[in-house]
Structures are given as structure tokens and as C-alpha cells.
Design a protein around this ligand. Structure first.
Ligand SMILES: Nc1ncnc2c1ncn2[C@@H]1O[C@H](COP(=O)(O)OP(=O)(O)OP(=O)(O)O)[C@@H](O)[C@H]1O
Ligand SMILES: [Mg+2]
Length: 329
């Protein structure tokens, strides 16, 4: 449904997107991840015909973004990073306006607007001026305009940014209900969101493709090593931090030990395991056997940044990146 080949986008001297290729099949929801400035928005703007590529091609439903932009736009709903909503318009007025622009017949517009008001849970602000809405509501109005013409493809640039937890769950449900009939690419910084909503993940970093994989494969891979926060009580300077550090380093399966803090009689460490090793029980035993008080031991979740560090580090060492389909081709 979406095909990107050798896509490169340069802004003056900045290479925002550097020769990336990927495909998204019909009906899939794909998460697009990357740190700030990775090139996600730029890629999305090329796919939605807002920016021409510097090199390479991108097509949607077989239509090239440069050769057939009108056909592409007809099939795409786009939620930009900052939704292009008009502050001086009322919500329904704006949605009717965008619906008309997107070619919905006049006779159907009211019904369609009512549908998207319901789906995006914005019925209660339908008569409000957009400029007076809170950020989360404005975001949902942006989402409503993206789906109003029932496009085959949805390109959503951080659709849940600025939403409260309840709304995030609602949007997640909405996206799930749209999947199957719709192909969706959504960018986000929240890894758990991708785990909930997406079947596949595309990760880019500094404009380059780092991984394309299923969520299950990626998270398994990342869960291969364990990261544990550990806290030992230290009364009157005992135990000595370096003694604890050395002892933890000696536990089987430990890759690294970093002391994070030492205050109020507590020493905190972050311990990382080698790939595939479970270390919590052995760490606990080691501390207790030394006669120290273990006041906390908990797994530390992997943040998106950790994911990147792991993936880019793997690339540098010449290990295979996460099952990259682009690399296979
Ligand atoms: N209009 C522009 N002119 C010049 N450089 C730009 C422009 N837009 C983006 N860039 C640069 O291109 C790179 C990629 O930016 P992009 O907005 O695509 O990143 P992103 O992955 O969407 O980041 P974020 O997570 O912060 O939204 C950055 O280095 C950015 O500074
Ligand atoms: Mg962006």
C-alpha cells in the first residue's frame, strides 16, 4: 500500500532523511519511531505530498507522490505534527469545510461530520471555536479531519501527543477499529503505545533506517537483557560503595554495574544483564549473603532511548540490526 524506495530529503545542508526504503502492506498499523530530529515528520510530509523528495521515490496505493499527488492525497488522511486547524472556525464548521475540500458530497457531509465527532469523542465541543479548545481537543479535531473522507491510508504524526491518559486509550481503540480497512503509519515517542497499537515498527535515527520488525520480535530482542535498579542501605558509610559495586559485578550474567546515587544512607545501582540472562535472584542473594540490607530491587523499563542505544550500538559493532527487511532486499 505504501512503498518508499531510496528516499532522501535534504534541507540545505541537513540530510533529514537518508536513503530509506520500506513497505507497508494494506491494513497494517505501523509505528514510526525515532528520536527528535530523526526525520519522521519529514518522511511523512513526503508521503503526503507536502514536500518533494530530493532523491528516491514514494508511492501510495501504486500512485507516485510526485507524479500523481492528487490521487495520493485522495487516499490519505494526514494528521500533521501541529494540526492545521483554523482558530476562528467552530469545530463542525471546520469539519464540514475540510469534508467538502476532500470531495465528500454535500448531501453526506452532515452525517459524516456527526460520525467523526462521535468517533473522536468531540461531540461536546462541536459548537466551540477551535482557537478556544484545549490542546488535546484540538488534537482530536485534527484526527477527525484526517479520517473524515474515510481514506485508505492514515498518516498520523504523534496522534496522542498532548492527550490525557483516558484520551490516549480512546484514540488507541479508535486506531484499532480503523485497522484492517485502513493502513496506518503513526509516529510516536512512546514505546508502550507502539506495543499496544502497532503490528510493525519502523525505527529511524539521524535520517537512517535502523530497524523494521514486528513489535513482538523487537520487544523480545530488547527484553533479551535485563536492567535492574538495586538499592542497598548503607549505615555510617558501610558498606563501602566500591565494595558493593565489585560484588555486584561478580554476579554471574552481569554485564555492567553503574552507581547512580549515594545519599540518605542509600546506595543505588543500575545493573544490566548479559543477553538472555536473568539476574535478579542472584543479585538479591549476593547482597543478602554479604550481610547488607537490600532495600529495593526492581526491573527498569526500557525507554525509547535505550532502544536506540541498543540498536545503534549493535549496528556499529557490525552485528545484524533488528531483522531489517530493508537489509534483506
Ligand atoms: N523546514 C526545514 N528546514 C530545514 N531543516 C529542517 C526543516 N524541517 C526539518 N528540518 C531538519 O530535518 C531533520 C529531521 O526533522 P524532522 O522534523 O523530520 O524530525 P522528527 O523525527 O519528526 O523529529 P521530532 O521527533 O522532533 O518531531 C532535523 O534535523 C530538522 O532540524
Ligand atoms: Mg516530528
Amino acid at each position: 500500500m505504501i512503498k518508499v524506495e531510496g528516499l532522501t530529503k535534504r534541507y540545505a545542508r541537513t540530510v533529514a532523511v537518508d536513503n530509506i526504503s520500506f513497505e507497508v502492506e494494506k491494513g497494517q498499523i505501523v509505528g514510526f519511531l525515532g528520536p527528535n530530529g530523526a526525520g519522521k515528520t519529514t518522511t511523512m510530509r513526503v508521503l503526503t505530498c507536502f514536500l518533494p523528495p530530493t532523491a528516491g521515490t514514494a508511492s501510495v496505493a501504486g500512485f507516485d507522490v510526485q507524479e500523481h499527488p492528487i490521487e495520493v492525497k485522495r487516499r490519505i488522511g494526514y494528521l500533521p505534527e501541529s494540526p492545521p486547524v483554523y482558530p476562528e472556525m467552530e469545530v463542525t464548521e471546520y469539519l464540514e469545510f475540510t469534508g467538502k475540500l476532500k470531495g465528500i458530497p454535500s448531501a453526506d457531509i452532515k452525517k459524516r461530520v456527526d460520525e467523526v465527532l462521535g468517533r473522536c469523542a468531540i461531540g461536546d465541543v462541536r459548537d466551540k471555536l477551535i482557537g478556544k479548545l484545549s490542546k488535546g481537543y484540538r488534537q482530536r479535531v485534527g484526527l477527525a479531519q484526517a479520517i473524515i473522507h474515510n481514506p485508505d491510508v492514515l498518516i498520523l504524526d504523534e496522534p496522542t501527543s498532548g492527550l490525557d491518559p483516558k484520551q490516549i486509550i480512546e484514540i488507541r481503540e479508535l486506531l484499532k477499529s480503523l485497522a484492517g480497512n485502513h493502513t496506518i503509519i503513526l509516529s510516536t515517542h512512546i514505546l508502550s503505545e507502539v506495543e499496544h497499537s502497532c503490528e510493525r515498527v519502523i525505527i529511524i535515527s539521524q535520517g537512517k533506517l535502523v530497524a523494521i520488525d514486528s513489535v513482538a520480535n523487537l520487544t523480545n530482542r530488547l527484553r533479551g537483557s535485563e536492567s535492574v535498579a538495586l538499592e542497598v542501605e548503607a549505615a555510617a558509610g558501610s558498606p563501602n560503595p566500591s565494595d558493593v559495586q565489585v560484588r555486584l559485578e561478580q554476579v554471574a550474567g552481569v554485564r555492567s554495574v553503574v552507581m547512580k546515587d549515594s545519599k540518605d544512607g542509600r546506595l543505588t545501582f543500575e545493573v544490566e544483564s548479559l543477553q538472555g540472562r536473568q539476574i535478579r535472584a542472584d543479585l538479591a542473594r549476593s547482597v543478602v549473603n554479604a550481610g547488607w540490607n537490600l532495600s529495593e530491587l526492581r526491573p527498569v523499563g526500557l525507554s525509547l532511548e535505550d532502544v536506540f542505544l541498543q540498536l545503534t550500538a549493535a549496528e556499529k559493532k557490525g552485528e545484524a540490526p533488528a531483522e531489517s527487511e530493508a537489509a534483506k532486499q
